[in-house]
Design a protein around this ligand. Structure first.
Ligand code: SME
Length: 160
């Protein structure tokens, strides 16, 4: 396993194209879910230079904080609450340009300004987790993030 990621490219799309094969290589020899989610959150945070990257796992009727990189975060989110709970409920990717404009947004850190949440589906098409990526700048996330993170989350869903 390489000790460090080497992210190449000028554009965000190029950076993702450089990062994703490295995430694949990093995780394909490892079966442990927590180990892989931990490395993925670190790879995205430091590879793409985002403020906070982590997973919330569906446990009974709530999302529970899983592996993440960044400052401490709220541990439990109910269905339909916050951006994460809304993504779980609607089973859709949600991009928020300004978290203060999103009704019910849960502010784990006041530094967080924009956010993308991607639901993760198992083979029965149930949401089993969400990937939450936050940035400390407004309107960081767009369809480029959506395309690459959705592709990654499809692979992650096959591990559940
Ligand atoms: N902002 C999220 C909560 C999780 S933290 O940002 C890490 C939300 O509204 O669901």
């Amino acid at each position: 396993m390489a000790e460090e990621l080497a992210i190449q490219g000028e554009t965000k799309n190029d950076k993702y194209l450089s990062l994703m094969p490295q995430i694949k290589a990093l995780t394909e020899g490892e079966q442990d879910l927590i180990a892989n989610l931990s490395n993925i959150s670190s790879a995205i945070k430091y590879g793409m230079n985002f403020f906070w990257v982590g997973f919330y796992l569906v446990k009974a009727d709530e999302l529970v904080l899983g592996p993440f990189q960044g400052s401490i975060a709220c541990t439990r989110i109910k269905l339909g609450k916050g951006v994460c709970g809304k993504s779980w409920e609607s089973q859709k990717i949600i991009i928020v340009d300004d978290v203060d404009q999103f009704p019910g947004h849960i502010a784990c850190s006041s530094a967080s300004k924009s956010e993308i949440v991607v639901p993760i589906f198992n083979s029965k098409n149930e949401v089993v987790a969400v990937l939450d990526v936050d940035d400390d700048k407004y309107a960081t996330f767009d369809t480029t993030d959506q395309v690459h993170l959705e592709e990654l989350c499809k692979r992650i869903g096959s591990w559940f």
